[in-house]
Write a new protein. Structure first.
Lengths: 410, 253
């Protein structure tokens, strides 16, 4: 029997009960639109988390000394060869930055706070969140800038402001505490308050002079880390290998190793997407089975007659399956369209700043921008089709068992 | 513990007072240096009474303090019984506190240096950095006045730009015989924040010195800490082992 005829039969059957099938269609479309939208939110959160983990001074790949990871201070810094440029064959580098990153204590006239003091080359920090910061006052002018940039929240706690002085206390390369006064160049405003409290920036050369060994010892170029941002994140393992052979005695690690928590959250989000989808579609599957069985049982006489005039069982079975698939396909198209439209409507992001403090703990920023992934949409469609197929098996088997005799007994 | 540190600084300042003579051409650096060196001597021993006054309570304690050169100091509480045995040791730029109830000495991290010592108005920093005015500040002579036949110089100490000093400036009033009369700490808006004033000048250990001083936080008008020297000896012979961790932990010194 030609497929065209089966399609025709199935389609007509569907249109015979427009209200019931229409409702079913709506349910499918609704579930898919919901899944698409939830998925976009989850992906948005996931990518945002990745960006933040990577931009939060981590980068895709980082070079540090082994000891620094256990005890981050200047004792465990290393000298960077002059004019160093990371080169990795076959991997494009989006940017890199040398840094000094050590714990320090900041003192003002009235208060003291512990922070991470980060010596940076401001021109190179386009790879981290530093480039996106809103700075009130002045930015660091270069690596030799002897001033400091603080977070607004930190400045508020220290009761200091732009142009005033704070004293920084940190352990130098000789293990002794060193103090130095820094004038506040500017205050940065980060989305996360925790970041504003946690880091303070100064010029890399200034930090080297302040914390490095004696000038005679040639401590120029001391850094505690090199951070590399790749053009393409999945190439990070090749980059780790290549940098690892360049710095054999150093610890070269990618962000998933450096931020296992973020990496776990990332994997959790992946899993969560499947789980949510399965719940949504699983519920729907029972509705679908129910409707199809009703449709089959209503048509006992008709199917019995078709069998009596010679329609093979195989075709009866196919007819029910095709019916289920047809309604599923239309539902998927409608659902995806609705889902994509709703995501597009929120393309500017969802402002969560009212809950900023709570979501901060989850490593999220206050603006959640949904992200659509084609891969996920294809996966949803194919999984839904598979579900339509599975859901139609039971009703189809019922239809196959109908005999002309049963039809006559009705 | 906190209080002891503070006392030490005071102590140093006080000792300075005696022998310096004002010269015709006035150099603030000389005067400040004399003032600092005179409070110290080669070594010293002092018995100190400290009164901490707060709006709702006050506490009086007795301490013994030993110093040697500019680097080493040991301060120990002897009364009241509750605090007896608490001690503070300074060796160069390192500082330890000892608490007999915990039987433990703790090396003070740099971040704690600006905090209050033993609940007083003095910070560990006040204690440990007595030569800071020479090292980190530009000294400016502002004013001279005469009282009781002695000249009193007012000197502004303005910290260098990269100096590890949070104050906007410090204003010192030093008598021509090197007795520090008053020190005012200004924040960076040039508002006075803390004030230390000498309330009594006398002769102890053969030197004219400030025998009683009061430190006030100007933002808390009802509170102050007063330190009084009851006895003092300069250039005493002290054993090396006095300024060690072992000696810090022995309670019966």
């Amino acid at each position: 029997m030609p497929l065209k005829l089966i399609l025709q039969l199935s389609a007509r059957n569907l249109f015979r009960y427009p209200r019931r099938n229409g409702l079913l269609l709506l349910a499918i479309a609704f579930a898919l639109a919901g899944a698409t939208f939830t998925n976009a939110l989850m992906r948005g959160w996931q990518y945002d988390m990745l960006d933040r983990a990577v931009e939060n001074l981590v980068g895709h790949v980082k070079v540090q000394t082994e000891e620094y990871r256990d005890d981050p201070n200047m004792l465990h810094s290393f000298a960077l060869p002059q004019g160093y440029q990371p080169e990795i064959s076959g991997v494009a580098i989006a940017g890199w930055a040398p840094r000094i990153n050590v714990p320090a204590v900041l003192l003002s006239e009235r208060e003291s706070r512990g922070v991470q003091l980060v010596g940076i080359d401001p021109q190179r920090e386009d790879i981290s969140f530093y480039a996106d910061l809103n700075i009130v006052g002045e930015n660091l002018s270069g690596t030799a800038d002897g001033r400091i940039v603080l977070g607004q929240e930190l400045a508020r706690q220290l009761q200091t402001s732009v142009g005033r002085k704070v004293v920084v206390l940190a352990q130098g390369a000789d293990g002794k505490n060193r103090e130095r006064g820094f004038r506040v160049a500017g205050l940065f405003d980060a989305q996360a308050e925790s970041l504003e409290k946690a880091v303070a920036f100064t010029g890399l050369a200034t930090a080297q002079a302040y914390l490095g060994g004696s000038p005679q010892a040639g401590s120029e170029g001391l850094v505690t880390e090199i951070s590399v941002l790749l053009a393409d994140e999945p190439q990070r393992l090749e980059a780790v290998d290549s940098l690892g052979s360049e710095f054999p005695d150093k610890l070269v690690a990618d962000w998933r190793t450096l931020q296992p928590q973020a990496a776990e959250m990332f994997a959790l989000a992946d899993m969560g997407i499947y789980i949510i989808f399965l719940f949504m579609m699983g519920g729907l599957a029972f509705g679908l089975v129910n409707t199809l069985i009703a449709a089959v049982m209503e048509r006992v006489r008709e199917l019995g007659m078709l069998r009596a005039i010679g329609m093979p069982r195989r075709v009866v079975l196919m007819q029910v399956v095709v019916e289920s698939m047809l309604i599923m396909i239309v539902g998927i198209v409608l659902g995806l369209a609705a889902g994509i439209l709703s995501v597009a409507a929120l393309a500017d992001g969802i402002d969560l700043s009212a809950f900023a403090e709570g979501i901060d703990a989850f490593g999220m920023s206050a603006l959640l921008i949904p992200v659509l992934s084609t891969k996920d949409l294809v996966m949803f469609s194919s999984l839904s089709l598979l579900l339509g197929l599975v859901a139609s098996i039971f009703p189809a088997l019922r239809a196959v068992r109908i005999t002309p005799l049963m039809a006559m007994n009705r | 513990m906190f209080k002891r540190c503070v006392c030490f600084t005071w102590f140093a300042l006080v000792a300075l007072g005696g022998p310096a003579k004002a010269e015709e051409t006035f150099d603030p650096l000389t005067l400040v240096t004399q003032s600092i060196d005179q409070t110290r001597g080669l070594s010293s021993y002092a018995e100190i009474n400290m009164l901490i006054k707060r709006p709702s309570w006050q506490r009086e304690s007795t301490l013994y303090a030993w110093t040697r050169g500019r680097e080493d100091a040991l301060i120990r509480f002897v009364a009241p019984a509750r605090d007896a045995g608490n001690a503070l040791l300074k060796q160069g730029d390192k500082m330890w506190t000892f608490n007999p109830k915990l039987n433990k000495s703790i090396r003070l991290p740099g971040g704690m240096m600006s905090q209050s010592w033993a609940g007083s108005d003095f910070s560990y920093d006040d204690m440990s950095r007595s030569d800071k005015w020479i090292k980190y500040y530009r000294l400016e002579h502002v004013d001279t006045e005469v009282s009781d036949g002695l000249k009193t110089y007012t000197i502004d100490a303005i910290p260098f730009d990269d100096a590890p000093v949070v104050w906007g400036k410090e204003r010192l009033r030093i008598r021509e015989d090197s007795v520090l009369i008053e020190a005012l700490y200004y924040d960076q808006d040039m508002q006075p924040l803390r004030r230390m004033v000498t309330t009594e000048i006398g002769e102890l250990g053969g030197r004219v010195m400030a025998t009683s001083m009061r430190m006030m936080d100007l933002e808390k008008p009802d509170s102050f800490t007063e330190v009084r020297y009851d006895a003092m000896d300069f250039d005493v012979a002290l054993e090396d082992r006095l300024f060690t961790l072992f000696s810090l932990q022995s309670r019966n010194r």
